[in-house]
Design a protein around this ligand. Structure first.
Ligand SMILES: NC(=O)c1ccc[n+]([C@@H]2O[C@H](COP(=O)([O-])OP(=O)(O)OC[C@H]3O[C@@H](n4cnc5c(N)ncnc54)[C@H](OP(=O)(O)O)[C@@H]3O)[C@@H](O)[C@H]2O)c1
Length: 270
């Protein structure tokens, strides 16, 4: 069996940079994302540049049963996952009650359900083997409530809490769990979350490079660090929330996120 690194959302941003770090160390890759063409292009890049074996799984992880489907695909191909990187995720900048419900429920499916399912299935194998490392990508958003991105912040709070608990459960099984909490990073995230439609978030803070974020995350995972906050501002937020009420923290994150414009309402003419 090939001992591989499975990376969700490996075709762009932080996930692609993490895949490069594994490939550099000749670790076979299992790449998961939705866009099959892009997946195959990237798989070819890793095979040509790094000479590593690559298995691609084109799967929308926001749909029910996605984690089981990925697990089955990996097993039937005869691969073993030594490193599980739950990286794929997205946000949505909107007023919750007027938001696109499909987008919100897909976000819960991807950010929470798929991540949890993949930890469940591959985590069981790791525990039986007494070997494995899990990296779950949360966000600095995990530390506070986030008005106008409320579901996203709450999903990342889930990822943080779940990962810390899982790390404790698996600590005697030689399986480590690391939760990464990045701040704003220059990837496709801003556009996917509609933050480029007027949110001050990426303008008020200097975005980190996905490569630096991935290097930091990779080393934290390999050291078995449980919580890894990338960049100083993220660490200051992590510490600062202990000295503030949740209501105050929510007010501050509302300022950082910005308030989306009211949707245009139709004016009735007589
Ligand atoms: N960038 C930031 O500022 C920032 C800050 C804090 C935390 N994070 C977290 O970092 C993680 C990585 O995000 P990123 O910034 O690198 O984003 P990104 O550049 O938008 O990349 C997202 C990746 O996930 C895949 N993906 C999206 N939806 C998917 C789905 N339903 N099923 C399977 N794959 C899917 C995308 O490929 P396809 O489109 O082909 O599926 C792509 O490979 C996310 O969990 C995000 O919440 C990002």
């Amino acid at each position: 069996m090939k001992k591989a690194a499975l990376i969700t959302g490996a075709t762009g941003g932080i996930g692609l940079e993490l895949a490069k770090l594994f490939a550099k160390r000749e670790v076979p890759l299992i790449l998961v994302a939705r866009n099959a063409d892009r997946l195959h292009r990237i798989a070819r890049y890793f095979q040509d540049e790094f000479h590593v074996s690559v298995l691609t799984v084109a799967q929308d992880l926001s749909v029910g049963g996605a984690a089981e489907t990925v697990y089955e695909a990996v097993h039937s191909a005869g691969w073993e996952v030594e490193y599980l990187v739950n990286n794929a995720g997205f946000g949505d900048w909107s007023r919750f009650v007027e938001s696109d419900w499909k987008k919100q429920s897909d976000m819960i499916g991807l950010n929470i359900l798929a991540l949890t399912g993949l930890c469940r299935f591959f985590g069981q194998d790791m525990r039986a083997r007494k070997s494995g490392r899990i990296l779950n990508v949360a966000s600095v958003a995990a530390f506070l409530p986030g008005p106008y991105m409320s579901v996203y912040y709450a999903s990342k709070a889930y990822v943080r809490s779940f990962s810390i608990a899982l790390a404790e459960e698996l600590k005697h099984d030689d399986v480590t769990v690391t939760v990464l909490c990045p701040g704003p990073t220059s990837t496709g995230f801003e556009k996917a979350a509609n933050l480029d439609h007027g949110s001050p978030m990426f303008k008020s803070m200097k975005a980190a490079s996905p490569r630096n974020c991935a290097i930091y995350a990779y080393h934290a995972m390999m050291c078995g660090q449980t919580v890894a906050c990338h960049t100083l501002p993220s660490n200051l937020i992590r510490i600062g929330v202990h000295f503030a009420t949740a209501k105050f923290a929510a007010k501050q994150s509302a300022k950082v996120n910005g308030i989306p414009k009211e949707p245009k309402r139709r004016v009735r003419r007589r």
